[in-house]
Design a protein around this ligand. Structure first.
Ligand code: 0X9
Ligand code: ZN
Ligand code: ZN
Length: 415
């Protein structure tokens, strides 16, 4: 009986997690329209996971296309690539080995660490302990996720009787972009530990507050740790579809679902059933609306591609503040590069990455938050979403410089 039960649990655990045995990640470089057509046709006939761009429809000539190919289709894909002579390379030889290299499955579970990818349970207890560690920080729950996990915003700043202008920073909109929550944790630690010694951080936290949401899409993040490392969306369900989740960064009310998003619930860029249908999106949007008069900047952290994006992504039209947004982005990218030479590209989302409606940056901007930026952190595809833990520290250190550059600019240019 016991043996049977144990066997059942093991079988369940195995069946419940997605494995990537023998899967590879390819980079394709289409330079002809035929190449684009071929990649799109391939996506229709077999199941490939687009890492960059997010879907087949967004493939164009002269961009790098990173795709994950299941073992079953490798021979076929190799043959097609040879025959069509699309330039290509293998970015990840053995995806399961790369995933295993990051998983916390040793005999003794690790403690919370700023240089590891922490599971949600660890981030959750970290949030609760750091929030009571220092008078510069406090927390507030802004609602629960679909699966009922509390979404906690940390408020950093010297206490003051009058309301201070603020910056809102979120991480982990997309579940598999693990470097993003790692950055929010790093930011909180750095802010607390350099207040009083770093003159810029001291001045920032004296004059402004910073709201930090360490993990936006908690259900998805937890799922990437426990079941499927490559999950992107939320985990909401709706009767009538067996597919789970929507893309939170397509679910904001900004040109919702008009371009670069899918109305197919099974797609990785599903825009949801209506704007803010995802409770996580609604919770954040409500919080920002409630604090609209104080929030002067909205920063959201994604990966990967090394980009600093700003509105718009739902239209090719330039934002009214385009030249100022561009100037600040270039300054921030230069600051970032000064540490380790990491190169970032700056520009409006639609032309710099791809047109995609329903994003949080465009929504915040149209609400009136002028300094609205999306970061796409390291790398440019060597590891993609599987950025090694050894790169957490340098990535966070350089990103701090860019975030502090933007914060300092905002502080000097309050509106
Ligand atoms: O597609 C996205 O949501 C972001 N890229 S990612 O690879 N992290 O998924 C880019 C978002 C840019 N902004 C908008 N599309 N509004
Ligand atoms: Zn992506
Ligand atoms: Zn993302």
């Amino acid at each position: 009986m016991k043996v049977l039960l144990l066997f059942g649990l093991v079988a369940f655990a195995l069946a419940d997690s997605t494995r990537f045995e023998g899967e590879k990640v390819f980079r394709l470089k289409p330079v002809l329209d035929e190449h684009v057509t071929l990649i799109r046709d391939l996506a229709k006939s077999i199941e490939v996971d687009f890492w960059k761009p997010e879907t087949a429809e967004l493939v164009t000539i002269d961009i790098d296309v990173d795709i994950r190919v299941p073992a079953l289709y490798l021979d076929m894909v190799n043959t097609i690539l040879q025959q069509s002579d699309i330039e290509h390379e293998v970015l990840i030889e053995d995806l399961q080995a790369a995933v295993d290299g990051q998983s916390d499955s040793g005999p003794t579970p690790r403690a919370h660490s700023y240089t590891n990818y922490n599971s949600w349970d660890k981030v959750y207890s970290w949030i609760n302990s750091i929030a009571t560690s220092n008078s510069l920080i406090s927390k507030q729950v802004i609602g629960n996720t679909y699966e009922g996990r509390p979404m906690t915003v940390l408020k950093l700043g010297k206490r003051s009787d009058s309301t201070k202008p603020a910056i809102f920073l979120d991480c982990g909109i997309h579940a598999r972009e693990w470097i993003s929550p790692a950055f929010c944790q790093w930011f909180v630690k750095e802010a607390l530990s350099t207040y009083g010694s770093d003159s810029q951080m001291t001045s920032l936290l004296n004059e402004m507050d910073v709201f930090v949401l360490p993990v936006f899409n908690i259900d998805g993040y937890d799922f990437t740790h426990k079941s499927n490392r490559m999950w992107r969306k939320t985990r909401s369900r709706k009767s009538g579809s067996s597919c789970i989740g929507a893309d939170p960064n397509r679910n904001f009310n900004a040109g919702w679902c008009s371009m670069g998003a899918s109305n197919n619930p099974c797609s990785d860029t599903f825009c949801g059933y209506s704007p803010e249908s995802e409770i996580e999106v609604k919770n954040v949007a409500d919080f920002i609306r409630r604090n609209k008069s104080v929030i002067k900047a909205y920063l959201t952290i994604h990966s990967y591609s090394q980009l600093l994006l700003f509105p718009y992504s739902y239209t090719y039209e330039l934002a009214a503040d385009h030249s100022e947004l561009m100037k600040v982005a270039v300054g921030a990218s230069n600051a970032l590069r000064s540490l380790y030479g990491t190169k970032y590209t700056s520009g409006p989302g639609a032309t710099t990455i791809y047109p995609a409606a329903g994003g949080s940056d465009d929504w915040a901007y149209d609400l009136g938050v002028k300094y609205s930026y999306t970061f796409e952190l390291r790398d440019t595809g060597r590891y993609g979403f599987l950025l090694p833990e050894s790169q957490i520290k340098p990535t966070c250190e350089e990103t701090m410089l860019a975030v502090k550059y933007i914060a300092a600019y905002v502080q000097k240019n309050l509106y």
